[in-house]
Write a protein that binds this ligand. Structure first.
Ligand code: HEM
Length: 423
């Protein structure tokens, strides 16, 4: 019995010293984290714009009205003025408010605000240095050369010209004949409209289209929607901001698989281009890119490489297709919901243009009502309510303040507009 008591008492002493040690270690770690937070994330210059004091780890997130974030921005604007700083977790934000501040910052100092923040999540899809694609590439990772190439090549292959209009017109014929083949029965236009728009993007960048019965275009479009849904989930947004989140399990890890499935289809087309291309005559953007890759051989730091062309094809497909087809689907919905508008548009087109000729851009000035309806659909649909993220490229002076390098930009007016349109 005595021995048992002695063992229990020894165990009690060990447990108490164990808990004491654990508490000491936890306090030590907390102090270290607070110190790290203070050294790395507190603001230091006297010319910084004002802003609410951030808490360690959370920044100003606890002050945010999650249901009506616009309210928080309005309150902070009243308190700190048209230009203020805030912190979301450890991400530094600069909020710009009002025409004057926006014009000075974005209109006159555009070059200082063009940098993109790094998005660690993209490493799941193989985004690495010199292989950053187009949309989220940073200034030092091929931003300039890739944008310059894509813009000039897309113009060569028809963007903004009659050639593109002819492509659109041809695809519209295919779409209309599919719509007619439904024989007036109810149907869901989503897949057909998506395929038609996807085909225009593919013709522009890959030089060919898919038949509507081809499973590949449906797979591409469904995977793209799947990917966008995963990317816009809250957990994914959190992961996007911090590299170490990528190592925890969760739905965001699906990105790798979906991205690989999408690019497998594009890779097949790219390989076909490699086999059949004539270096003296580029048939489309992909041929032109392969030529740039040839020129960049022996320059390992060049951003013209095979992984990057797959990313650029993928990004153009996603940005070009989802935006345009959503706009058209919104248009169809509005026509169904507002039959009197639909009737007026139809009457105007038939009166000015007749029933059978395809409409072209040059006809728009003769169709003021139709033109106004198209603008209203675009305004109302508000397809991209939140702008892509930008950060300051270097320290930049706006009014009497200096916004430090790498602060993420939040143009408040765009957030207000998006919020009020959707609520
Ligand atoms: C109704 C159709 C469309 C809408 C509403 C739309 C809207 C937008 C918006 C709001 C941005 C962000 C601009 C920014 O924050 O800087 C953007 C960027 C972009 N869009 Fe579109 N877009 C449409 C069609 C297209 C098409 C057809 C393509 C290509 C074939 C395309 C390719 C891109 C690219 C590559 C970017 C990124 C540009 C950059 O990083 O500088 N978009 N689009």
């Amino acid at each position: 019995m005595e021995t048992l008591m002695a063992v229990i008492s020894w165990m009690g002493a060990q447990a108490s010293s164990f808990w004491n040690n654990i508490t000491a270690v936890l306090i030590y770690l907390l102090l270290l984290a607070l110190l790290l937070d203070y050294v790395m994330f507190r603001r230091k210059s006297s010319r910084l714009p004002p802003g609410p004091t951030p808490l360690p780890f959370f920044g100003n997130l606890l002050q945010l009205d999650f249901w009506r974030p616009v309210n928080t921005v309005q309150q902070l604007t009243k308190r700190y003025g048209m230009l203020f700083l805030a912190q979301a977790g450890w991400t530094n934000l600069v909020v710009l408010n009002g025409f004057k501040v926006m014009k000075e910052a974005l209109g006159k100092k555009t070059e200082d605000f063009i940098e993109r923040p790094s998005v660690p999540l993209l490493c799941l899809a193989g985004y690495t240095e010199n292989c950053q694609g187009l949309v989220l590439a940073g200034c030092s990772t091929g931003w300039k050369e890739q944008r310059k190439f894509v813009l000039s090549t897309l113009k060569t292959f028809g963007m903004g010209k009659k050639t593109l209009e002819m492509m659109v017109s041809k695809e519209a014929e295919h779409l209309c004949s599919e719509l007619k083949s439904q024989g007036g029965a109810p149907f869901i236009p989503h897949d057909l409209v998506n395929s038609a728009v996807g085909n225009i993007t593919c013709t522009l960048i890959l030089g060919s289209r898919f038949e509507y019965s081809d499973e590949k275009i449906h797979t591409l479009l469904h995977l793209t929607e799947d990917l966008l849904q995963t990317l816009t989930k809250n957990i994914t947004q959190m992961v996007a901001a911090r590299s170490w989140f990528s190592y925890i399990p969760g739905p965001h890890l699906k990105i790798r698989e979906v991205y690989n499935d999408i690019t497998a289809i594009f890779k097949e087309i790219l390989n076909e281009h490699k086999k059949t291309r004539d270096p003296a005559f580029a048939r489309d953007m992909t041929d032109a890119y392969l030529e740039e890759m040839e020129k960049a051989k022996g320059t390992p730091e060049s951003s013209f490489n095979e992984q990057n062309v797959l990313k650029i094809i993928f990004e153009l497909f996603v940005t070009g297709t989802t935006t345009t087809s959503s706009t058209i689907l919104w248009g169809l919905l509005e026509m169904v919901l507002n039959p009197e508008v639909q009737k007026r548009v139809q009457e105007e087109i038939e009166k000015v243009h007749g029933r059978d000729k395809p409409l072209m851009m040059k006809d728009l000035p003769d169709l003021p009502y139709t033109n106004a309806v198209l603008y209203e659909i675009q305004r109302y649909a508000d397809i991209v309510p939140i702008p892509l993220p930008y950060i300051t490229h270097r320290d930049v002076e706006v009014g009497k303040f200096v916004i430090p390098k790498k602060y993420q930009l939040k143009p408040a007016e765009i957030c207000y507009l998006a919020f009020f349109l959707h609520h």
